[in-house]
Design a protein around this ligand. Structure first.
Ligand code: FRU
Length: 492
């Protein structure tokens, strides 16, 4: 039996999905069937397929009462839309089913763990709100909420610090080899500082507070959203999405994503961070979540958007929000590197290459253009003070990728990408050369470019609402440099 609320969402998406023309969607990045999408949720492998859920408001292109949308895929690139999975239809989630995670249970069921946001009397102010962790069980299509929800509340955090019940969300669940379940959720201490809180369970139903895994202590923004925690090559990674950051050279003002590399002691449940860095240094990347694939790869996907820009929504759009490409993460030189999932390579079509070509002033190359492509540039700066690569360009529009070799800076500038509002349009990314070269792999899918710098040591992600007719790629160097270009069209 599905609730009226869920039925309404399912009927609505079935009816309106086809209102969105194929040009309005990217080719291989996940979008909502209709309406608004934010964080990836419930990213998990279940019954031979990857399942991805997302924060979803089908009824408009703006954030609203949160449902969980649902897609599934066997290759992480071609996704099948499935019916809306859960809706805010219970007292304990009457304000929304916020972010969370998914896991295949040993008994064959799929379990979703999410934040039920409850308000009293129709939400008069924030103090009326409680965020609490809830679960639902399903078969990969239909999900039923657990009769004893919620399963974790802020009142269960018994360490004497506790936290604010209005900010306690985004549980990420996993199971250890000995069968024990853990979940890490984002909390906020009474002073307003982010905490990552760890809980433990033997059956995934009854949870006890284990420890404060890590905390901001006033240093890294305020609330930490969407914690993700996993082992990678003998180290532990804690990824968090930070709110209200003051700029400090490494992080920019406002919302950021960060990862920490460190050690984890099961005995005291503490993560000790040895280093911290931004996860993506571009403009549009937030709330990433990872899954361990059956072949051992750790694959991360994120909302390809950020909150500070997410209220500028043109009136005529029917869908808003898309996911990044799933990325393989790995450790190298003591850092977390990312590469696009290798499955993308089987979608490569015709290839155009240039070797060691000189760029001085403006230059275009036969066959180097398009809006859906996988292009790698090896740049030898030589005498250049600046190299600009304009993508999604024509006489009117462009998004600029600028490289300043003497300053070791890569700059993104999408001011001319088709926006008509004054929001964040630029970012500077500190980069380094390897053997005198800068390597950029640029993955474009209609309205976005994801840039993997030096084989994935840095990434920078950017969206642009540029008309699809703008498909030139133009190089312009101030001083002489040489480049190798390898460009593949991507076919789906
Ligand atoms: C992060 C976030 C989460 C929350 C969800 C609500 O983008 O704010 O913390 O669960 O979005 O849609």
């Amino acid at each position: 039996m599905i609730s009226e609320t869920l039925k309404k969402a399912r009927d609505y998406e079935a009816k309106h999905m086809s209102d969105v023309s194929s040009e309005e969607r990217p080719l291989f990045h996940v979008t909502a069937p209709i309406g608004w999408l934010n964080d990836p949720n419930g990213f998990s492998f279940y019954k031979g397929q990857f399942h991805l859920f997302f924060q979803y408001h089908p009824f408009s292109s703006h954030w609203g009462p949160m449902h969980w949308g649902h897609v599934a895929s066997s290759d992480l690139l071609t996704w099948n839309a499935l019916p809306c999975a859960i809706a805010p239809d219970e007292v304990y989630d009457n304000f929304g089913c916020f972010s969370g995670s998914g896991i295949a249970l040993p008994d064959g069921r799929h379990m979703l763990m999410y934040t039920g946001v409850q308000t009293k009397d129709g939400f008069k102010d924030r103090s009326d709100m409680e965020q609490q962790q809830c679960i639902a069980f399903g078969d990969g299509i239909d999900y039923e909420k657990y009769e004893h929800n919620p399963v974790i509340r802020m009142a269960d955090v018994t360490d004497g610090i506790g936290g604010i019940k209005t900010d306690f969300r985004d549980p990420k669940i996993w199971q250890e080899a000995d069968g024990t379940f853990y979940t890490v959720a984002a909390g906020m201490d009474p002073e307003g500082n982010g905490r990552a809180l760890l809980f433990k369970s033997s059956d995934a139903l009854n949870w006890t507070f284990e420890s404060e895994l890590s905390a901001s202590h006033g240093k890294l923004g305020r609330m930490w959203e969407c914690p993700d925690f996993y082992e990678l090559d003998g180290k532990y990674i804690l990824a968090v999405s930070l709110m209200n950051v003051h700029p400090d050279g490494m992080f920019h003002v406002g919302h950021n994503t960060a990862y920490m590399i460190g050690t984890f002691d099961h005995a005291d449940g503490k993560f000790v961070s040895e280093m911290i860095r931004p996860l993506d240094e571009g403009i549009d990347f937030y709330a990433p979540q990872s899954v361990l694939a059956p072949d051992g790869r750790r694959i991360m996907i994120s909302w390809m958007q950020c909150w500070s820009n997410a209220s500028f929504i043109p009136d005529d759009v029917k869908i808003f929000g898309q996911m990044s490409i799933p990325r393989e993460v790995f450790l190298r030189d003591g850092m977390l590197w990312q590469r696009p999932i290798r499955e993308i390579e089987s979608h490569r079509g015709s290839c155009v290459t240039y070797k060691n070509v000189c760029v001085e002033g403006e230059k275009t190359f036969d066959g180097i253009s398009g809006r859906v492509l996988d292009m790698t540039l090896l740049i030898r700066p030589e005498e250049a003070k600046k190299l600009m690569i304009k993508v999604a360009a024509d006489e009117r529009y462009d998004t600029q990728i600028l490289y300043y070799p003497q300053k070791n800076v890569l700059r993104l500038d999408r001011s001319n990408g088709g926006f008509d509002v004054d929001m964040v349009h630029t970012r500077n990314i500190p980069v380094e050369t390897v053997d005198g070269c800068l390597k950029l792999r640029i993955l474009m899918d209609r309205y976005s470019a994801e840039i993997f710098v030096n084989d994935g040591r840095h990434t920078a992600t950017v969206l642009y609402p540029t008309p699809l007719s703008a498909e030139d790629i133009i190089f312009e160097a101030d001083g002489r440099c040489t480049v190798d270009i390898e460009k593949y069209d991507l076919q789906f």
